[in-house]
Design a protein around this ligand. Sequence first.
Ligand code: ZN
Length: 320
Amino acid sequence: MNIIQKGNAHTNSSSREGHVPFIIVDHISAGSMSSMDSWFTSPSNTVSSAHFGVSKSGKIHQYVPITRMAWANGLTTDAIPKAAASLVRQNAPVNPNKYTVSIEHEGTDGNLTEAQFAATVELHRFIAAEVKWLYGQALLLDEQHVIGHFQVDPARKPNCPGPKFPWSRLYQALSSSESVRIENVPDVKEEMGERPIPRGSDGNREEAANMTTENATLSARMIKLEEAAQTTAERIKLLEGRVHQAEAQWNELRKTNQLLSNQLHQLVLKLEASSVPAWAEEAFSFYSDFIHEPSGTTEFWRLLTIMYRARIASVVQTSK
Ligand SMILES: [Zn+2]
């Protein structure tokens, strides 16, 4: 939903003086949307205002913040007990403007266009949500709390919002949470591009402008953060790839290391085997002409030594 702020310094409003809004009053403007805009912002208007206006094309204009009182349902003190709406009578002598939110509708007899009907249903729901948000109190969207101007002021305003105002359809729509289907409404789409007024700004134009700027800044920061998050995610992916690569390299190195260790162990064994034991040195030097490399197992050196000693013994025996 898109609410366009239209109120200006000349728009009539005053304090609610502590009253929490709990009734929505529907009106008919008896004129065009542009005449509504100019009347509610005119310095020569010192008599009336409304919170919202809904055009036939479904545009929603806001003139007065919900937190302020609009001048739409004023009654003289003696007229309040004569109101048709029981809640207005019950709240006498409080001026109904203090606790109502008023919606004007472009038109003359209350016959709303489809777009206008859909927009006003959304607006009623928005107002209830805003009241809940602003005051923490429920504004019920039923026949007691959504009323026509004629129920507030039957003597002077019997035709507001008009005989064709779709009351039963409105109550039916408001009692369900479904959105109203709009058909053949070309001029509603034009407004879709406009930024919605930030929640809680509630018609204070300067504040609304500030909040819109703030929102834009936040949106831009959000986009940047999302981009940064994406870059970070990509970097993490890259790093994960590198970790996998490093792990694979590490495994290769471990295998190579194992292989080299085995080879080294074999070499050590071979070296140990090839060194001539001290007790076999004499035999080795005797047969050194036959043994070109001093490599052999202990068993080899033992047999060589036995052979050498047997030879020596036979030589000694022969020489005797
Ligand atoms: Zn009215």
